[in-house]
Structures are given as structure tokens and as C-alpha cells.
Design a protein around this ligand. Structure first.
Ligand code: CO
Length: 134
């Protein structure tokens, strides 16, 4: 069911500082910051040869990563995203296996304009998992 690792998302308290780390210290290529008001985050994509890192900074008062940053003041790995070919089939399979889908269980349009779902961390080894249909 799982395809490629699409990205690893890192929540950061200060996007400018995080961009300096990846650009200046690590020599990575970065996108421009992209505001995603619907998702409550500003995103910068770090392009790697085999995958992407997404730096996420809270945007607005209801950002879904605010609570995470309260517990992880320096930032940290927030979720990993796997590609699937058919997100509805993947969802139905996981529900049948007893896994919990976050939200109303319907795919939303993610930061790449593709349908995504988030899976409950307690069902996936303590890791928030995003599925993205590609
Ligand atoms: Co993501």
C-alpha cells in the first residue's frame, strides 16, 4: 500500500532561523515561504535528491502545530508523509484494520494540491502519519 516517502515535516518556532540552518549551514535548496491559511501554517520546502523536508511555522491563532511547539520549544519532527496510489482504498483498508483517521475521515487538499489524510499517532508507533495520493 505504501509508496515513496513524500516528505518529513519539521515544526519550527522561527522560520527565518530554520531557513538559515538549512540554507546556510546545510547548503540545501529551499522554496520561498508559502502561507497556507487553510492549514494554519507557513511552509518552506527543502528539496533533497530523494525526498523533501517541509519546515512548518504556525500561522494564526488556531494553528494545528501550536500545541506541538509548546511541548517542543526548539521544534521537532511533526509528521511523515507516505505516498499512496488510492487514498480512499488506503483509508478503508486502515479503518478495517482498526486504525483511526483524524478529522472527519474525508481527504483534504494538502500543501501540494493533492488529497491527504492524517492517521492517529497512537496507531502508528507514536508518529503522526500523513497519506498523500499521488
Ligand atoms: Co505534510
Amino acid at each position: 500500500m505504501l509508496g515513496r516517502l513524500n516528505h518529513v515535516a519539521i515544526a519550527v518556532p522561527d522560520m527565518k532561523a530554520a531557513m538559515a540552518v538549512y540554507q546556510d549551514m546545510l547548503g540545501a535548496r529551499l522554496s520561498e515561504p508559502q502561507a497556507e491559511p487553510d492549514h494554519g501554517v507557513t511552509v518552506v520546502f527543502v528539496e533533497l535528491p530523494n525526498t523533501k523536508i517541509e519546515l512548518l511555522e504556525p500561522l494564526g491563532d488556531n494553528s494545528p502545530i501550536l500545541a506541538f511547539l509548546q511541548k517542543n520549544a526548539a521544534g521537532g519532527i511533526h509528521h511523515i508523509c507516505y505516498e499512496v496510489e488510492d487514498i480512499i482504498a488506503a483509508r478503508d483498508h486502515l479503518i478495517e484494520k482498526g486504525a483511526r483517521i483524524l478529522g472527519d475521515g474525508e481527504p483534504k487538499t494538502g500543501a501540494h494540491g493533492k488529497p491527504v489524510l492524517f492517521l492517529h499517532p497512537k496507531d502508528f508507533c507514536g508518529t503522526l502519519v500523513e497519506l498523500e495520493q499521488v
